[in-house]
Ligand binder design. Structure first.
Ligand SMILES: *[C@@H]1O[C@H](CO)[C@@H](O)[C@H](O)[C@H]1NC(C)=O
Ligand SMILES: *[C@@H]1O[C@H](CO)[C@@H](O)[C@H](O)[C@H]1NC(C)=O
Ligand SMILES: *[C@@H]1O[C@H](CO)[C@@H](O)[C@H](O)[C@H]1NC(C)=O
Ligand SMILES: *[C@@H]1O[C@H](CO)[C@@H](O)[C@H](O)[C@H]1NC(C)=O
Ligand SMILES: *[C@@H]1O[C@H](CO)[C@@H](O)[C@H](O)[C@H]1NC(C)=O
Ligand SMILES: *[C@@H]1O[C@H](CO)[C@@H](O)[C@H](O)[C@H]1NC(C)=O
Length: 384
């Protein structure tokens, strides 16, 4: 009884809190472009009473909420004469693929292509700035004193050479800038001040996929100590992520290779227990190996005419051509057995279709054709 009243009391408090905070700001941790949540607020005020920053492509509308700018290449905007978010104040942000030439905001609020050839970024036009100037050219070029974009002399390692084509202003990743010349950082280093001092390493060695980490004592990049370790940010002796075909071991420091030679993924801490097999067999044209759940080893698919069973030798992912994957029966059955006169079939994967999970015919015997509406075979020239 005492417990119940305490609960009721708590509910009352929550209800009051709910009313008081009805208009709280909720920030979207990701840009709406890459999340399910369409809300455009990037940052809320400290007391969560309102939004203080919108994501790019969004701006505050007349009610103080982040609203999507109407123009597709608009980075930020304000309400236009029609009240909609149609007046662009900053351009050069794209929901689709970016064009070759950047865009800027004209004084009338529209986005217009930069006037300089090969220009990626140029200034807005407004009353105090009646012309647009290029500030960033496409990669491998520099903004020259005359305002044009010209290719850098160093075509290999120079990103930008503003002011002078012979002097690089920014080098590519893995190089450092010494008096306008791009020179290589030490092995495995992405960002460095000079050939001896590395600041940031490449994620991993592209050939071995072994992770790389900065050795603070020497300022060099060293591989993770454990074979198969793809990431060891805490230092070479610890391991955070093991590569495909490896799993973590009890001490959390090393990776162990999955014992089965055909295994690409094994259970955490259990190299003997395979969870995914893969070995493309060029002769049979099949991913013929699957996990035997009892032993954790990779064995041939047990279902006849099965083309792939990577996670479970007793469960087919897909069947050989001409067979249908009857998952309920756990068998690959000839297409002709489930669809009359059918020689090639597949499973309807459209979850909103009434025939979801059912066989569909893709090709028929000679003299028969697939009826598009029913996905069944009908006599050529005849009726369904
Ligand atoms: C302001 O933006 C919000 C969020 O997109 C929207 O629901 C609301 O209708 C907008 N208000 C006006 C006046 O356009
Ligand atoms: C805005 O100005 C640009 C450049 O002067 C022009 O091309 C465009 O048609 C104008 N748009 C509107 C809506 O006035
Ligand atoms: C005009 O454009 C310049 C350059 O983009 C910018 O620095 C300035 O703030 C703008 N002025 C106004 C009034 O928008
Ligand atoms: C590299 O940079 C570091 C730190 O700025 C400096 O101490 C060192 O002398 C430089 N080495 C060379 C060879 O320039
Ligand atoms: C291995 O990694 C998994 C997943 O990160 C973790 O749950 C497990 O405790 C680790 N096992 C050992 C033995 O470190
Ligand atoms: C590949 O398939 C062929 C034909 O089914 C078989 O004889 C051979 O043993 C397979 N190879 C491997 C490595 O399993």
């Amino acid at each position: 009884m005492g417990r119940l009243s305490a609960l009721l009391c708590l509910c009352g408090l929550l209800a009051v809190a709910g009313v008081a905070t009805a208009a709280t700001c909720v920030a979207n941790p990701d840009h709406p472009f890459e999340s399910e949540d369409p809300s455009g607020c990037k940052k809320c005020s400290d007391d969560n009473s309102k939004c203080v920053e919108c994501w790019v492509g969004y701006s505050f509308n007349s009610t103080g909420l982040c609203d999507r700018c109407e123009q597709n290449d608009c980075e930020s905007c304000k309400p236009g004469p029609n009240g909609k978010m149609s007046f662009c104040t900053q351009c050069n942000f794209y929901w689709d693929e970016a064009p070759d030439v950047g865009t800027y905001a004209e004084a009338n609020g529209t986005c217009v292509s930069c006037k300089t050839a090969h220009c990626k970024e140029c200034t807005n036009v407004n009353a105090t700035n009646p012309t647009s100037t290029c500030v960033r050219c496409e990669m491998g070029m520099g903004v020259m004193p005359d305002g044009s974009c010209q290719p850098c002399k160093d075509v290999e390692n120079c990103l930008w050479c503003d002011g002078n084509t012979a002097k690089c202003t920014e080098c590519m990743s893995g190089f450092f800038n010494q008096d306008g010349v791009c020179k290589p950082c030490s092995k495995g280093c992405r960002t460095c001040t000079n050939a001896t001092v590395c600041l940031e390493c490449d994620y991993s060695d592209p050939e071995t996929l072994q992770g790389l980490v900065l050795d603070t004592a020497t300022s060099k990049c060293v591989p993770c100590n454990s074979q198969g370790c793809g990431n060891c940010p805490q230092g070479p002796d610890t391991c955070e992520d093991c590569n495909e075909g490896y799993t973590n071991t009890t001490d959390g420091k090393a990776c162990a290779k999955c014992t089965d030679p055909y295994c690409t993924s094994c259970a955490p801490g259990k190299p003997d227990v395979c969870t995914m097999c893969a070995m493309w067999n060029d002769t049979s044209n099949k991913l013929q190996w699957g996990v035997d759940k009892a032993s954790g080893k990779c064995v041939d698919c047990r279902i006849k005419h099965c083309a792939s069973c990577q996670a479970d030798a007793d469960k087919c992912d897909w069947c050989d051509d001409g067979f249908w994957n009857d998952e309920k029966k756990g068998a690959c059955v000839p297409c002709g057995d489930v669809l009359e006169h059918c020689t090639g079939c597949s499973t309807n994967g459209m979850s909103d279709s009434p025939t979801y999970g059912q066989p569909l015919c893709d090709s028929c015997e000679k003299g028969w054709v697939v009826n598009e509406a029913t996905s069944k075979c009908v006599k050529k020239g005849g009726k369904a």
